[in-house]
Ligand binder design. Structure first.
Ligand code: PBG
Length: 307
């Protein structure tokens, strides 16, 4: 049988999550899968990702899909733009990894155990804002780079920070969970919408739509749909850092989604945190309604407060 071509970036994380997905697909369907490395403008450039945007990585894979060079691609769902892409289809959202953020700190420390003035590195404005909101005497430092190079800022010959904050999912997929010193409580550090989830994408007219659906995990998809609907609705009205986390639980009347959302001012001085519940079938509506609640509570005014 001809192998299905799975396009992937060459970063360690992209290769790890592509290989995991390839193995799961082969186990579920018997179809062999080969990885095809796509060199993206982002991989060729030395410019910081913050400047290029993760969009460049996604675009190169999507171009290769539409050109028929690859049959499907696996993305970190949180890196995808919120709008649908014409001609493409997300055929599966596999079982999500733990969506929480983690701390990797020197001396096996938790956040509350870091000494005053400790340096904590992280890239995302969402994490920076929530770290500042804790009111600890931390020096929050914006950093960039891949997961390995960020961990190297704490452990290793070039170490120059006391701690870094990362997504648990990325650390787990690279097999480095033993280095985690604290998994951060979502009450304090709410994750990015869709963090820990993957999107398996193919052309909308592809024969593979049904085959790839074997990898879909309905509860993971419902959670991501709720979180991303919230994000998409907020994008129109507010440019402050956004966080979201949906949990599925069995309620009295069947499964229920519990969606939490937060919008934080970049300096951490103000935060609006709200939640909504509903049924998984209404995931998108729950997300939109929570975004409307956040805007009603003043989410659009949070960008103004800076240090
Ligand atoms: N921002 C980059 C990024 N995109 C996806 C992950 C891994 C976690 C995931 O799949 O959600 C990471 C690293 C991180 O945020 O620490």
């Amino acid at each position: 049988m001809t192998a299905l071509r799975l396009g992937t970036r060459s970063s360690a994380l992209a290769l790890a999550q592509s290989q995991l997905t390839a193995d799961a697909l082969t186990a579920a369907t018997g179809r062999p899968v080969e990885l095809v490395r796509i060199v993206t403008p982002g991989d060729r450039s030395n410019a910081p990702v913050a400047q290029l945007g993760v969009g460049v990585f996604v675009s190169a894979l999507r171009d290769a899909l539409l050109a028929g060079e690859i049959d499907f691609a696996v993305h970190s769902y949180k890196d995808l733009p919120t709008g649908d892409h014409p001609g493409l289809h997300i055929a599966a959202v596999p079982t999500r990894e733990d969506p929480r953020d983690v701390l990797i700190a020197k001396g096996d420390r938790a956040l509350a155990e870091l000494p005053p003035g400790a340096t904590v590195g992280t890239g995302a404005v969402r994490r920076i804002a929530q770290l500042r909101a804790l009111g600890l005497e931390l020096q929050v430092t914006p950093i960039r780079g891949n997961v390995d190079s960020r961990i190297a800022r704490v452990h290793g010959p070039e170490a120059d920070l006391d701690a870094v904050v990362l997504a648990r999912a990325g650390v787990a997929r690279l097999g480095r969970t033993s280095e985690i010193t604290e998994t951060l409580d979502p009450m304090l550090m709410l994750p990015a919408p869709a963090q820990g989830a993957l999107a398996v994408e193919c052309r909308a007219d592809s024969d593979l739509v049904e085959l790839l659906a074997a990898l879909d995990h309905a509860p993971s998809r419902a959670a991501v749909v709720a979180e991303r609907a919230m994000l998409a609705t907020l994008e129109a009205g507010c440019s402050a850092p956004v966080a979201a986390h949906a949990e599925l639980a069995e309620g009295e009347h069947g499964d229920e989604i519990y969606l939490r959302g937060a919008v934080i001012s970049p300096d951490g001085s103000r935060a609006i945190r709200l939640s909504r519940t509903g049924t998984p079938a209404d995931a998108a509506e729950i997300g939109k309604a929570l975004a409307a609640d956040l805007l009603d509570a003043g989410a659009d005014t949070l960008m103004g407060s800076t240090e």
